[in-house]
Write a protein that binds this ligand. Structure first.
Ligand code: AVI
Length: 358
């Protein structure tokens, strides 16, 4: 029990038989007694497993011909805090436009939510936008926030428990891009998935299709899914949103290097890299990079990496869609768009998806 409520962690365990066993463990690892002793190391210390994954990704990403790291590594405590600051910059319109849109359409969205439904949010963070739905749809019986950060879940769940005493809360600590099951609190209830913030744009196309397919599986066939999507717009607005004048996004990007230094015994000099945000028109995406200011050798995770002056480390893609391109992508994952709401400029969209029949 943490924060007065059971929060569950879902971990992928590798057994001595080389099989992936998907297991659900209590947050208090001492209470968990796996039958299979070879699983104990990961089972009792999910943090150590996460650090090992991070090290493996840093080693393979920095050894590649085109150096890259996955954007999920931005979000340590400092990175999450910097992301909240990005959302408040003048240039980063995504959060503001989506919040205004949600506020305007909340009653209409709520009208499509069945009685007693469970709201399942993927990557819930502070659950800030969720409150707009919870306020508009008192018929929701259950809220399942899923987030990789136990701290963020604890804080958000504590506040929600106070403000929505009728709502059943069933928080889940999990990487929402991985495999997990819904908690029992969602059993037998109509499910409404919620994935705001245009995070779907941070996957590559195949990754987005895979993710939406797995959401369809997790939610079941009588579900709806509300997805926030950023729309293609003029490149100047887009680039400014990812290269704000206060330099918050630059700090967010460079924090990745500070995180490697701290967690993987690295010796990156963040000041020896520049932040770069580019619009790639061919792929309809913003690309973020860290660009080496000089020839340099860097150590991290027990390995040595050479950077040439001007060499780029690719840290994020943020895809932008049209209503048609996103509907096509959703259809590939087995969802059909039954309603689309669009904000005022700078425009973002909220899609309501339903499983395609069959
Ligand atoms: C979380 N995600 C939707 C943000 C985006 O717009 O792609 C992450 C971000 N990166 C830089 N600014 C914001």
């Amino acid at each position: 029990m943490i924060c007065g409520m059971a929060i569950r962690t879902y971990t992928l365990l590798l057994t001595d038989r080389g099989m992936d066993v998907h297991s659900e463990i209590a947050m208090n690892p001492i209470a968990f007694k796996p039958h299979d002793s070879a699983s104990i190391v990961d089972a009792v210390d999910p943090e150590a497993a996460a650090t090992r994954d991070f090290a493996a990704d840093v080693i393979s990403g920095l050894s590649a011909r085109h150096k890259r790291l996955a954007p999920k590594y931005f979000y340590d405590a400092t990175g999450s805090h910097l992301f909240e600051q990005i959302c408040r910059t003048d240039e980063y319109y995504v959060t503001r436009s989506e919040t205004i849109l949600l506020r305007n359409i909340a009653a209409e969205v709520a009208a499509g939510i069945p009685n007693g439904a469970a709201l399942v949010e993927f990557g819930s963070g502070e659950s800030a936008k969720t409150r707009l739905l919870l306020d508009a749809a008192p018929q929701l019986s259950t809220y399942v926030p899923i987030d990789i950060s136990a701290d963020a879940l604890c804080e958000a769940s504590g506040r929600l428990a106070r403000d929505y005493p009728q709502l059943r809360l069933a928080p889940v600590v999990a990487d929402f891009t991985g495999h997990f099951r819904l908690p029992r609190a969602a059993d037998g209830r109509p499910r409404v998935g919620f994935f705001p913030g245009s995070t779907v744009g941070n996957f590559d196309r195949d990754g987005a299709v895979r993710f939406l397919r797995s959401v369809r599986q997790v939610l079941g066939i009588h579900a709806t899914l509300l997805v926030g999507v950023d729309l293609v717009k003029d490149p100047a607005t887009l680039v400014a949103a990812y290269d704000d004048s206060l330099g918050v996004t630059a700090r967010f990007n460079k924090n990745l290097l500070t995180r490697i230094n701290r967690e993987l015994d690295g010796d990156f000099e963040p000041l020896a890299f520049d932040h770069l945000a580019l619009w790639n028109a061919a792929h309809n995406r913003i690309e973020m990079y860290l660009v080496s200011r000089k020839d340099q050798i860097v150590n991290a995770a027990g390995n040595t990496f050479a950077f040439r002056r001007g060499e780029r480390l690719h840290t994020e893609n943020s895809h932008k869609f049209t209503v048609e391109t996103f509907a096509r992508l959703a259809a590939e994952a087995g969802w059909s768009a039954n309603k689309t709401w669009i904000s005022d400029a700078p425009r973002v969209a909220l899609f309501r998806l339903e499983p395609c029949p069959g």
